[in-house]
Write a protein that binds this ligand. Structure first.
Ligand code: NAD
Length: 482
């Protein structure tokens, strides 16, 4: 497919247990680059959400492990075969550049295929009981069962396919029913994914997709009596609202990040600068694990920042549908304006812009800012765009760790050093969910445990293995055994 061919306007319906449902009110989905309307989706009312949960609850999934494996693997293969169709949709509704959208589409293969492979594995455990003076000739067994109720899944805009996949694939692998509310900003990809799942053989009652304004139907997703568990990926603000509103329900929260890339004095600076620029700008800097602060020790900061500028200058920022573009738009002009304000405020506090370009609507070019005070808004809050802020730290690992831990977030981190003593201190003392040595904070495989602490999450992990555990109840049972 030619990336420059725009997909036609999509007039979408919700999928409630597979049935196409329209509403009088609709939401426009806009292309952030040219502000054109690329789709119309229904604005659900709370009663649509209720209907979706009730239908899901009334259905009892009976898929065998083999049947689930087949559906998941077929989905993976269809996504692989339709990679360009999905990429075009992602670029149109999110403004992510064609390269990023192709990557987004190809990543989903792993999520679905790994879920397929894991669904056939029984992870039950056996405990022999004759192991202490009080022991008995018995065995205790564990087996994992799907939730009794329905999973409520709420997803953000920044990975329109993968954030949804990371909720749906483990849910289906464990024979659960889901009601999904994708973000109103990028719902088209999620609806297209639902159709792939139905085509792959998923019983439609196991998945509903409802679209709408969170102000009218958001709470219905959190409080529905048939929802057993709310799994949410998005901002800290909404995550805390969900925690306060959900009451006696399980809640999985994957929230914002403010991830550092730490560069110590022994680092290969060229390699570190490459990680800094890639980590801060891929996906237009809109990854929860994007490099949002570069903490570099003073003794190598001048040389390092020169290399960062050199590499940032090579990036082409512009029309997201141009296959040559490296950085497309951010999600909307309002966000781009906020980043511009934060950069200017940092400059007012002594920071220096070394590279950048004037903002045009939602197009915010990679912007290298040096000498950023560690506690200014640009780096203290999550700046969800392609800013490359360099924070200079004293040549003292204790100070570097203190600055790194000084924000409310605790998602991931990247560390550039070869010294094992430094590595062991970072692993022990950084207040984060992940420490990647010589990698960007976002490095992961789709089945490794992933998630943050502090304001970035409650410590529950995603990644296919952990999500499958989180979406099940452990049944323990025992019987006499000699
Ligand atoms: P957001 O919190 O604004 O929206 C996320 C979802 O919540 C959307 O579907 C939105 O419609 C919905 N929502 C908003 N208000 C709601 C309410 N009152 N009730 C119910 N649902 C409501 O987040 P966003 O701007 O779409 O995404 C960006 C954020 O997501 C960033 O902070 C980013 O770091 C975070 N994120 C985290 C991870 C992770 O794994 N930790 C991954 C990706 C993104």
């Amino acid at each position: 497919m030619n990336a420059n061919v725009k997909p036609p306007l999509r007039r979408e319906s919700m999928r409630i247990a597979g049935r196409l449902v329209q509403t009088d009110d609709q939401i426009e989905v806009r292309n952030p680059y040219d502000d054109s309307v690329v789709g119309l989706v229904p604005a659900a009312r709370p009663e649509h959400v209720r209907e979706a949960f009730a239908k899901a609850r009334a259905f009892k999934p009976t898929l065998t492990r083999y049947e689930r494996q087949q559906i998941l693997q077929k989905t993976a293969e269809m996504l692989r075969d339709r990679r360009e169709v999905f990429a075009a949709l992602i670029t149109a509704e999110s403004g992510l550049c064609w390269k990023d959208s192709l990557y987004e589409a190809s990543r989903a293969y792993d999520v679905w295929s790994l879920s397929a492979q894991l669904t056939i594995k029984d992870d039950g455990e056996i405990y022999s009981c004759d192991i202490s003076p009080n022991g008995k000739a018995r065995k205790i067994y564990t087996t994992r069962l799907p939730l009794l109720g329905v999973i409520s899944a709420i997803t953000p805009f920044n990975h329109p396919l993968n954030m949804v996949s990371h909720k749906l694939a483990p849910a289906i692998a464990t024979n659960n029913r889901v009601v999904l509310k994708p973000t109103e900003l990028t719902p088209l990809t999620a609806l297209a994914l639902a159709d792939v799942l139905y085509e792959a053989g998923l019983p439609p009652e196991m998945l509903s997709v409802v679209t709408g304004n969170p102000s009218t139907m958001g709470d219905a997703m959190i409080t529905d009596p048939d929802a057993d568990l709310v799994t949410f990926t998005g901002s800290v603000r909404v995550g805390k609202h969900i925690a306060n509103t959900a009451g006696y329900k399980r809640v999985v929260l994957e929230l914002g990040g403010n991830d550092p890339l730490i560069v110590m004095e022994d680092a290969d600076l060229d390699k570190a600068a490459e990680l800094a620029v890639t980590g801060a700008t891929k996906n237009s800097g809109q990854r929860c694990t994007a490099v949002k602060r570069i903490l570099v020790v003073e003794s190598v900061a001048d040389a390092f920042s020169r290399l960062v500028v050199e590499k940032a200058k090579r990036l082409k920022c512009g029309d997201p549908s141009d296959p040559e573009t490296d950085v497309g738009t951010v999600i909307d002009a309002r966000s781009a304006t906020l980043f511009e304000t934060r950069v200017n405020d940092a400059v007012g506090l002594g920071a220096e812009i070394l590279h950048g370009a004037p903002r045009r609507g939602a197009l915010f070019a990679p912007t290298v800012v040096d000498r950023v005070p560690y506690d200014c808004e640009l780096v203290h809050e999550e700046t969800f765009g392609p800013v490359i802020p360099i924070v200079r730290c004293p040549d003292d690992i204790a100070e570097v760790i203190r600055v790194s831990n000084s924000t409310a977030y605790g998602l991931s981190s990247g560390v550039c050093t070869n010294r094992l003593d430094y590595v062991s201190r970072f692993v022990a003392e950084l207040e984060v969910g992940t420490v990647n040595v010589w990698e960007v904070p976002g490095y992961r495989i789709e089945m490794s445990p992933f998630g943050g602490i502090k304001d970035s999450g409650l410590g529950d992990k995603e990644g296919v293995v952990e999500a499958m555990k989180g979406f099940t109840n452990v049944r323990t049972w025992s019987m006499p055994w000699h």
